[in-house]
Design a protein around this ligand. Structure first.
Ligand code: OAA
Ligand code: MG
Length: 225
């Protein structure tokens, strides 16, 4: 699995995660309870996995080691304590990481908003755990919100949530996702004139599609743009 080129990564980062999920409906979807802790984020990068059992030391170590552009994927699934906050997020931003995803809790959300690094988690809690676990980054796969993530898998996310795919899957979905966004932009422009504009139904094969489905035929809803 060849990593994405900088040009391909730039194209991925310009796309909504929903468009990529439309282009390939097989992307793995971690539990949607793991969501963006700061608004207006878009994240894409290869995973660096971290196991942090109610202990932020592995996260702190991994934030200082992970390659530029990577996403820290931190698992603390049954934990009750925060395993990252504004200090670790600042270090991740300083080092040029693409973001952090935590199957567990974070804290310092006001600071996270100021930093603006994409951080995804199940929520926040003010209480930190210990700082004693000597592990750094993990070299193996982890389960993030119920789905496997291997180091090097691409972690995609924005305000809608997260998706996981291999670089080859994302590469293959790029053109389709760009086409989805072109078509949706044309539909939105067509409706922008308000009551004088074209309806959403006018931009689709809605009537024919419903009739075909009512007749039990195979049919797909399509944009007519
Ligand atoms: O959750 C933790 O203990 C780490 C923390 O507060 C920070 O990174 O600022
Ligand atoms: Mg803190």
């Amino acid at each position: 699995m060849d990593p994405l080129t900088p040009d391909e990564l730039g194209r991925v980062r310009s796309l909504a995660t929903s468009s990529l999920c439309d282009a390939d409906k097989t992307f793995a979807l971690p539990d949607p309870a793991i969501r963006a802790m700061v608004p207006d984020v878009r994240m894409a990068g290869p995973a660096v996995t971290v196991v942090a059992p109610d202990d932020h030391l592995p996260v702190l170590a991994a934030a200082g080691e992970a390659p530029v552009g990577s996403v820290l994927v931190v698992v603390n699934p049954r934990g009750t304590r925060a395993v990252a906050g504004e200090l670790i997020a600042s270090e991740a931003r300083r080092r040029g990481l693409a973001g952090m995803v935590i199957d567990g809790y974070c804290r310092d959300v006001a600071g996270l908003r100021r930093i603006g690094l994409p951080v995804f988690a199940r929520g926040t809690t003010p209480a930190s755990g210990s700082a004693r676990d000597p592990r750094g980054r993990d070299e193996g796969p982890v389960a993030l919100g119920g789905v496997p993530v291997r180091p090097g898998d691409l972690v995609l996310g924005d305000d809608d949530g997260l998706a996981i795919a291999t670089p080859d899957q994302v590469r293959a979905a790029l053109a389709g996702a760009e086409e989805v966004e072109r078509a949706e932009a044309a539909v939105l422009a067509g409706m922008a004139e308000g009551r004088g504009g074209r309806s959403l139904a006018d931009h689709t094969n809605l009537a024919d599609h419903r009739a075909a489905r009512a007749a039990g035929q195979d049919s797909w809803l399509r944009f007519l743009v």
